[in-house]
Design a protein around this ligand. Sequence first.
Ligand SMILES: [Zn+2]
Length: 203
Amino acid sequence: MQLCDKTDNPEIIVECLRILCNLGRNPQIQKLLILEGIIDKLLDYISSDIEEEILGYSIGLLINLSTNKQAYEEIKGEKLNKIIELLKKSDFENLELTKNIVKIFSNIYITSGNIQWTTIQRDEINQAITNIGSECDSCLDVANEEEKNILNDLHSVIKIFINFIAESTLQKEKGFLCPVKGCGRKFESKSEMESHFSRRHKN
Ligand SMILES: [Zn+2]
């Protein structure tokens, strides 16, 4: 990882990222990489004009890391915008990449059970993924065998994600009620409710 910082040579960066991608499947190593600040580095890569291979491996590593709860803590807030921008730009010229970007979001979602996004972020993600979904449907008829496989993959990732969004929106409307009798406070997220609970009701 330090080597990535020290060099501008794209071939070396690609090699480093390839190694990190392999190592990044291990949860212990994920933690270490996140602690070392790899997420910022990767977000820098994906939001700058870099070679396709570096982009591909950066996204690959983000996919692995996004299965780790700690990663979400790093990505949430402003930084999420960098991935959203990429999602908005993604198209069918690079199907595999598009699928992988969507996968980061569904991983974050599955891992954390909730993405603390702003309304704008949520709408942008929702819009972008819906667009990709409908484009995905219309491409299916003209796709070749290989493209079809990727499209089907993409389709199932999108489906998981859209279900999650629908579920969370519903849950948000319903709210999370404090379980203490007579308290009656309601919260948008489970974690907000839980922190209220330990603040107010735990001595
Ligand atoms: Zn309460």
